[in-house]
Write a protein that binds this ligand. Structure first.
Ligand SMILES: Nc1ncnc2c1ncn2[C@@H]1O[C@H](COP(=O)(O)OP(=O)(O)O)[C@@H](O)[C@H]1O
Ligand SMILES: [Mg+2]
Length: 211
């Protein structure tokens, strides 16, 4: 049986990377084979592209170049990691995926959503996540948390607060438009509370009767 594909979405510092590891461990305890991955990146080729995207000056790529790099990386990731894992029955948990492209490059940078949707269709050949967990936190909380993380992958964190506000309302609009696939998780609780809400959401959406 094909595995399930779960994506984690949200702004910087929302708690995605923290929570994805908890969910991976919880699913493994249930005997599920899990592949934990991330975008941009997730495969050797796509990780090389990631370095071009997340490091350096905010203005080093314009929106279209940035988007084409993201989709080149996504296609490689889908071909070499995500699809093979799903086909062998593993569950794939991905830290950021296509909704981040819609939020950052579409809502944030103002690129045409129809152009982005067409690129996604071409690159994914119709594969969609079974569930998207959107972690929602106010912009200032997320940026303060991400700043404390202290790594050098800060190209997007450096963009103006107004940009991050557009990203947040973009994610919220994506969730409203895709209620079957997406669930909003309040990212303001404790790490442990959020861990429990995510496990309940995964259980009810993907493991309920008739699934
Ligand atoms: N619910 C939470 N409450 C307080 N701090 C948190 C919470 N979740 C994560 N953090 C901390 O915030 C920082 C950013 O979290 P992280 O999971 O890396 O976010 P993201 O991957 O969404 O950017 C980390 O230092 C993490 O330990
Ligand atoms: Mg992260």
């Amino acid at each position: 049986m094909r595995g399930r594909f779960i994506t984690f979405e949200g702004g910087e510092g929302a708690g995605k990377s923290t929570q994805i590891s908890f969910l991976a461990a919880a699913l493994e305890r249930l005997g599920i084979s899990v592949v934990q991955t991330r975008e941009p990146g997730g495969s050797p080729g796509a990780e090389e592209v990631r370095a071009l995207l997340v490091k350096g000056e905010a203005g080093r790529w314009d929106g279209i170049s940035e988007t084409l790099l993201l989709f080149a990386a996504r296609r490689n990731h889908l071909q070499t990691v995500i699809r093979p894992a799903l086909e062998r029955g593993a569950w794939v948990l991905c830290d950021r995926f296509n909704d981040s492209t819609l939020a950052y490059q579409g809502y944030g940078r103002g690129l045409d959503p129809d152009w982005l949707a067409g690129l996604y269709q071409a690159v994914s050949e119709g594969l969609e996540p079974d569930l998207t967990l959107y972690l929602d936190v106010p912009v200032e909380v997320g940026l303060a948390r991400a700043g404390r993380r202290g790594d050098d992958e800060n190209r997007f964190e450096g963009l103006a607060d107004a940009f991050h506000l557009k990203i947040r309302s973009g994610f919220q609009a994506i969730v409203r438009a895709n209620p079957q696939r997406c669930a909003t998780i309040d990212g303001m609780g404790s790490v442990d509370e959020i861990r429990r809400v995510i496990l309940e959401t995964v259980t009810s959406r993907l493991m309920g009767p008739g699934r």
